[in-house]
Design a protein around this ligand. Structure first.
Ligand SMILES: C[S@@+](CC[C@H](N)C(=O)[O-])C[C@H]1O[C@@H](n2cnc3c(N)ncnc32)[C@H](O)[C@@H]1O
Length: 259
């Protein structure tokens, strides 16, 4: 048990690295390991199809769909337009980047950012299968993003901010990168009360539980860095394997940088 930020990030890297390797190498042992290493449950196609529509995933590599580890469907709601520049925080196997790339078209550009090398490898493998040229995957930490100021129109993210030990830094960086009038569309996990699992439990953190924050804290952090017109809507409560509610729910969040 630890609250050390670097140890939490190392555990997150290990967990999502194992999930990615299960889809790159496809040995039975790794596949089994990947099956247990998700944020919102095991890696499988059936779970993905509870989040994405069949129409959305048709034509995407099976690995990108089955490896998806999100808790929502941000590109379905972001209203992406041709020509827009999009950044996906914690892009994993790339599914939301590929959906965004279809929407922004050849004149747009999508960047997937992730700190786990195996996830980047998987995403690039999936990108090559699709032959997409308007997407790139870069390595980096969402708390310290290696991109210049005001170069992105829309930031999306799917079940990643809850994994960060420094959410103020994530929102500060997001605000910095957005162009004036730009928008944030994220799916995330939110704590339903302030008495959730111990924040010192790194395992629970890597499962998107201990790092999830309550609505007021989340809103306050977004407002503090300058976001306006913020909406936060609860979607689904999460239950454990025995059907017991886990004090967290998936949520969709929209916020704007003033023009
Ligand atoms: C729950 S998975 C979600 C992946 C993807 N968004 C999806 O919906 O399939 C979390 C991803 O975020 C990445 N991640 C977690 N914390 C990060 C951080 N601080 N900086 C960059 N990437 C991070 C992990 O490596 C992992 O690929």
């Amino acid at each position: 048990m630890t609250t050390n930020s670097e140890e939490i990030k190392e555990l997150v890297r290990e967990r999502y690295g194992a999930r990615a390797r299960g889809f790159i190498e496809l040995t039975p042992a790794q596949d089994a390991a990947a099956g247990d290493s998700g944020c919102c449950g095991p890696a499988d196609m059936e779970r993905a199809l509870r989040i994405y529509t069949e129409g959305q995933v048709a034509g995407l590599p099976a690995e990108s769909v089955a490896a998806s580890a999100g808790c929502g469907n941000p590109t379905a709601l972001a209203g992406l337009k041709p020509g827009e520049r999009v950044l996906d925080l914690g892009s994993g196997g790339g599914i939301d980047c590929f959906l965004a790339a279809q929407q922004v078209g050849e004149t747009g550009h999508v960047i997937g950012l992730d700190m786990t090398q195996d996830m980047l490898d998987l995403a690039r493998q999936n990108q090559a299968k699709l032959g997409l040229t308007n997407v790139e995957f870069i390595s980096g930490d969402i708390e310290n993003i290696p991109l210049p100021d005001a170069t992105v129109d829309v930031v999306i993210s799917n079940c990643v901010v809850c994994l960060s030990p420094d959410k103020d830094a994530v929102f500060r960086e997001t605000f910095r990168l957005l162009t004036p009038g730009g928008r944030l569309h994220i799916s995330d996990m939110m704590a339903l009360s302030t008495t959730g699992p111990a924040r010192a439990d790194a395992e629970a953190w890597a499962s998107c539980i201990a790092g999830a924050e309550d609505r007021e804290t989340y809103l306050r952090r977004l407002q503090a860095v300058g976001f306006v017109d913020i909406q936060m809507e609860e979607e689904k409560m999460r239950f454990d394997d025995d059907g017991v509610p886990m004090n967290v729910a998936s949520v969709k969040v929209v916020a704007h940088k003033p023009s």
